[in-house]
Design a protein around this ligand. Structure first.
Ligand code: ARG
Length: 268
């Protein structure tokens, strides 16, 4: 009698286990695609910044519009810059959205979406500094975010292994260093520098632009090589550029109107 009960209990347990295995399996395969995890370095206002425990900014809004349009479920995670690059390369992350410049070097290891924003580097210095152009940087203490296009541009100007070059893990840390006087100049992306100057009037910073030394850059969504999501994401970017969504988002974070035609005609 006892053993029959035991047998029935065991059978019941097994069917519960089987059932839950089915359910969880269904959850993870969903409609064919699971949730994409997308990394960022969220100290890069106005593109990505933390508001409480939420990542907000132009990139956050644009990413949301892109993913909705593409019908992809995602989670946006503040992984930090280097972990984001590593994660997308080894595909533990399915994308990176962090004001990431499309470069030939990166294209060797990654795919990029279509370009979604134009940028260039600028030099941020304390007001009254006698720096006039990028050439004046040599001999100065310069701060950059490690592994960025600003880092690369600064290396060209002050020397690759120069001890004058201080590298920081986040964008915010470079501006902190400038404000503390740890460095005399910071090379960073123009829209981020402009946003910082505007929102920190007490920091008394000015920006030096230099078209001869700093090339045009374009941001793209960073994807693993041969990402299965690239096509959908590119189509979504095109759609939201054409249906007014891009412009709406742009105007929430920037002044003026975006030059969508110019963006669409660029193939960086
Ligand atoms: N555009 C530059 C690059 O790709 C800097 C990006 C930094 N982004 C950030 N979220 N900190 O190298």
């Amino acid at each position: 009698m006892k053993s029959v009960k035991k047998l029935m209990a065991a059978a019941g347990l097994i069917s519960i286990l089987l059932l839950s295995a089915c359910i969880s399996n269904e959850e993870s395969s969903g409609s064919g695609e699971g949730k994409l995890t997308i990394g960022t370095e969220a100290t890069f206002a106005p593109f990505e910044l933390m508001e409480g425990d939420k990542i907000v900014g132009f990139d956050a809004d644009l990413l949301d519009a892109i993913m909705k349009e593409a019908g992809l479920d995602y989670e946006y995670k503040n992984t930090g810059w280097d972990p984001m690059l590593v994660g997308v390369e080894d595909e533990t992350l399915q994308a990176g959205m962090a004001g990431i410049t499309i470069t030939d070097e990166r294209k060797e290891s990654y795919d990029f979406s279509a370009p979604y924003f134009e940028a260039t580097q600028v030099i941020a210095v304390p007001e009254g500094s006698d720096i006039q152009s990028a050439e004046d940087l040599s001999g100065l203490k310069v701060g950059v975010q490690n592994g960025t296009t600003g880092d690369e541009a600064a290396q060209k100007l002050v020397g690759k292994n120069s001890s004058d070059l201080s590298k920081y893990d986040s964008s915010a840390a470079t501006m902190m260093a400038l404000q503390n006087g740890d460095v005399e100049a910071v090379v960073t992306d123009i829209a981020v520098a402009q946003h910082y100057v505007k929102n920190n009037p007490d920091a008394n910073l000015t920006l030096i632009e230099d078209e001869d030394n700093f090339e045009k850059e374009y941001y793209g969504v960073l994807l693993p090589k041969d990402s299965e999501h690239k096509e959908k994401i590119d189509e979504a970017i095109q759609t939201i550029m054409e249906n007014g969504t891009y412009e709406e988002i742009y105007q929430e974070w920037f002044e003026g109107t975006p030059d969508i035609e110019a963006l669409e005609s660029t193939q960086p």
